[in-house]
Design a protein around this ligand. Structure first.
Ligand SMILES: N[C@@H](CCC[C@H](NC(=O)CCC(=O)O)C(=O)O)C(=O)O
Ligand SMILES: [Zn+2]
Ligand SMILES: [Zn+2]
Length: 390
């Protein structure tokens, strides 16, 4: 029997910092294949990005198909010496499992796999199928990951009914929160062009920095919105302001800034770009500038509560005694790609130590998360399930 802890330790020992596969998908694939899943490893490429390995596995061919999704890539550990345990050692101390990816999100993948393997062993002929959609490119550009894996699966005729993504969703304790949607994300780079000159002769120059400050103020001073029933207010954060002027007597030729907006369902990427351009035009006062937006496929979305959300919420409450909040807070996730194929919600571990030194998870949380996923599978494929196909 595969335990969540054993599989999590195996995965944590794989140094799968994006875009390295590090052995993690292979190890997961072996565990799933041993339990009767048909496992496929697929690598995607695109110019200017590293090749990325992904895994697709399926048990059964019948409908409904419940997808369990996630990523085995992890962010870098930073200075390994700062860790109290080897970030790729899979060590357990005082009931805590340490390692990069323990909560984000190898621990959840181990819990999903353990739950699915136990379920299929007990109910080998269940009415439906379970698919694993696991990428090695979530923490990176997300170009050769879930988005392409979904296209690839669709092209070969795979159809999905619902998806549960195992990102860390709980702020403080297991059972706190299910994510039923995500805000969108838009990054912009603003360059203001002035005229270089001598600081003692400013009338012969045009300093771009006051123009840049005025433009940034125009973006910041009026809130983009006040939030919506499902979403927090949108927030625009300035990421950097760069001039790079080392001289004490030169007015620089140009000044640059970058910003990122996390936006709600008041906006689409196009209408938000329009609003930003309108504000800049209004504030420019003749200043010359270039506004470049990075391509984004992260628009806000919500999976409206219904039987599937209720089923997962009941599974969480049944195991933890806590009724999870339904939230759209936090960053983006690969759910933004999956939502184009089937309803998707997210539930995983407690996120407090994700991306930190000494990322760790209580072993008891791993077991409880596996038990929650198992409840989801039991209810989803029960003969009287109100969810499947609905
Ligand atoms: N592949 C992403 C990378 C950025 C995703 C990142 N998401 C999180 O940090 C999730 C944390 C949470 O669940 O709240 C983000 O929001 O920037 C990309 O393509 O940008
Ligand atoms: Zn993650
Ligand atoms: Zn992450």
């Amino acid at each position: 029997m595969t335990t969540p802890l054993d599989l999590a330790r195996t995965l944590l020992r794989c140094p799968s910092v994006t875009p390295e596969e590090g052995g993690a998908l292979r190890a997961l694939g072996e565990a799933l294949a041993a339990g009767g899943f048909a496992v496929e490893h697929v690598t995607f490429s695109a110019p200017g990005t590293p090749d990325v390995a992904n895994l697709y596995a399926r048990y059964g061919t019948a409908s409904p198909c419940l997808v369990l999704a996630g990523h085995t890539d992890v962010v870098p550990p930073g200075e390994a010496e700062a860790w109290s345990h080897d970030p790729f050692g899979g060590e357990v101390a005082d009931g805590l499992l340490y390692g990069r990816g323990a909560v984000d999100m190898k621990g959840a993948i181990a819990a999903m796999a353990a739950a699915a393997l136990a379920f299929t062993q007990k109910e080998p002929g269940f009415a439906g199928s379970i698919a694993f959609l696991i990428t090695g490119d979530e923490e990176g550009p997300a170009v050769n990951g879930t988005v392409k894996l979904l296209e690839w699966a669709k092209a070969k005729g795979e159809r999905f009914d619902h998806c549960l993504l195992g990102e860390p969703t709980n702020p403080d304790a297991l059972g706190d929160m299910i994510k039923i949607g995500r805000r969108g994300s838009l990054t912009g780079r603003l360059t203001v062009h002035g005229t270089q000159g001598h600081v003692a002769y400013p009338h012969l120059a045009d300093n771009p920095i006051p123009h840049l400050l005025r433009l940034l103020r125009a973006l910041l001073e009026t809130p983009l919105d006040r939030g919506t029933p499902r979403f927090d207010p949108s927030n625009l954060e300035v990421l950097t302001v760069d001039v790079g002027n080392g001289a004490t007597n030169v007015i620089p030729a140009s000044a640059r800034a970058a910003f990122n907006v996390r936006f709600n369902d008041v906006w689409t990427p196009a209408t938000l770009r329009g609003e930003i351009e309108r504000r800049l035009d209004e504030a420019a006062g003749g200043a010359r500038y270039d506004m470049e937006f990075l391509p984004t496929n992260a628009a806000a979305f919500v999976t409206e509560p219904g039987p599937f959300v209720e089923l997962v919420a009941e599974a969480v409450a049944g195991e933890t005694g806590r009724r999870p909040a339904l939230s759209t807070t936090g960053g983006t996730s690969d759910a933004r790609f999956i939502k184009d194929y089937c309803p998707v919600i997210e539930f995983g571990l407690v996120g407090q130590t994700m991306h930190q030194v000494d990322e760790r998870v209580p072993v008891t949380d791993l077991d409880r998360l596996a038990a929650i996923y198992r409840r989801v599978l039991d209810r989803y494929f029960a003969a009287d399930s109100r969810v499947a196909g609905g």
